[in-house]
Design a protein around this ligand. Structure first.
Ligand SMILES: [Zn+2]
Length: 328
């Protein structure tokens, strides 16, 4: 990962860098319920960041310099019978970040599992988001119009032995296994690849496997005895660890709005509310409660998620204010 500012992107002021840092710190605040492993996210973030600029800024700079192109956002978990169609975490962040990228003129494709195409299209329609198409992962191809970037949000990765696992170590054989290969090929071709994850078993964390294994410790073990555990083997050029993957996507959308000084690109609490209210009615389940009547994400209630998004917006607005120096 580069720590140098990208060409054409002037170095930000220390105050502006602090704002990106605040966005990243906010999206790594854990509120997990006790049935999910916790306590690892800040260390995963530190490992991914190394000594450089806030990760959201590095990604925003790269996304901000893209010419108009296709941007593919891969997301969607399916684990029958517990998550028979989809989990809330992932698709909602993909739509929120996809909206920001579509507003920049990119042709955004949200690439999901085959069973998730119809409900995801309905989710996009109910949110009134323009410029975001939903594509069946089994049919998606990198061929065609120039692909500017591929982003994975909460997309389960294979480990070094090719086995995908839930965060609790259960092997997963449902869903399209080709996404790992897609990211490996795109990374090798030099296409910008980005991963957002919250546990270490998602596409992106393959770039820091040893660090993830050390940070997770016993939580990296799997229940199938494969015996390589849950740590992701599939790497991306840039990886953003967050407390909830969707929260990382909201933070990245906010960072993009800050970097480009266009507040309208950021996430809004209204959009997040609309999506999280609509998703369970369409079959997307909260990954912690598995309760179709719960309104939230990874067990965190919607009211708290709205508060995160409101504060993200405030961080951006405060940083973009034009103010006279205080006279004393
Ligand atoms: Zn295993």
């Amino acid at each position: 990962m580069t720590t140098e500012p990208a060409a054409g992107s002037p170095s930000p002021s220390a105050a502006r860098l602090q704002a990106f840092d605040s966005l990243d710190r906010l999206s790594t605040v854990e509120l997990r319920p006790p049935n999910l492993p916790g306590g690892h996210v800040a260390r995963l973030y530190d490992a991914a960041r190394g000594g450089g600029d806030p990760i959201s800024r590095r990604i925003a700079v790269r996304l901000g310099e893209l010419d108009r192109s296709r941007v593919a956002i891969f997301t969607g978990v399916v684990i029958p019978p517990h998550l028979p169609m989809a989990e809330i975490d992932g698709p909602i962040g993909a739509i929120v970040l996809g909206r920001s990228l579509a507003m920049l003129g990119h042709d955004v494709e949200v690439v999901v599992e085959s069973c998730q195409v119809g409900p995801s299209q309905e989710l996009v329609a109910q949110a009134g988001v323009d410029g975001v198409a939903v594509v069946d992962g089994a049919l998606w191809t990198a061929h065609g119009a120039r692909l500017g970037a591929a982003i994975a949000i909460e997309k389960i990765s294979a480990n070094r032995r090719g086995v995908r696992h839930s965060v609790l170590g259960t092997p997963i054989d449902a869903g399209d296994p080709a996404t790992d290969r897609t990211f490996t090929e795109l990374l090798a071709r030099g296409v910008l690849t980005i991963g957002i994850g919250d546990a270490g078993n998602e596409i992106g964390f393959g770039s820091l496997q040893d660090e993830v294994a050390e940070i997770l410790g016993r939580a990296a073990a799997c229940r199938c005895g494969c015996p390589d555990g849950i740590v992701a083997a599939t790497a991306t050029e840039l990886v953003l660890p967050a407390a909830i993957s969707n929260l990382g996507a909201y933070g990245l959308a906010a960072a993009l709005s800050l970097h480009l000084e266009r507040a309208e690109l950021g996430p809004t609490p209204e959009l997040v509310s609309t999506l999280i209210e609509a998703a369970p009615r369409l079959g997307f389940l909260d990954g912690a409660t598995l309760d179709p009547d719960f309104r939230g994400d990874d067990g965190v209630p919607l009211e708290a998620l709205r508060a995160f998004v409101i504060i993200m917006g405030a961080i951006v607005d405060q940083s973009l204010r034009d103010m006279e120096a205080r006279p004393f």
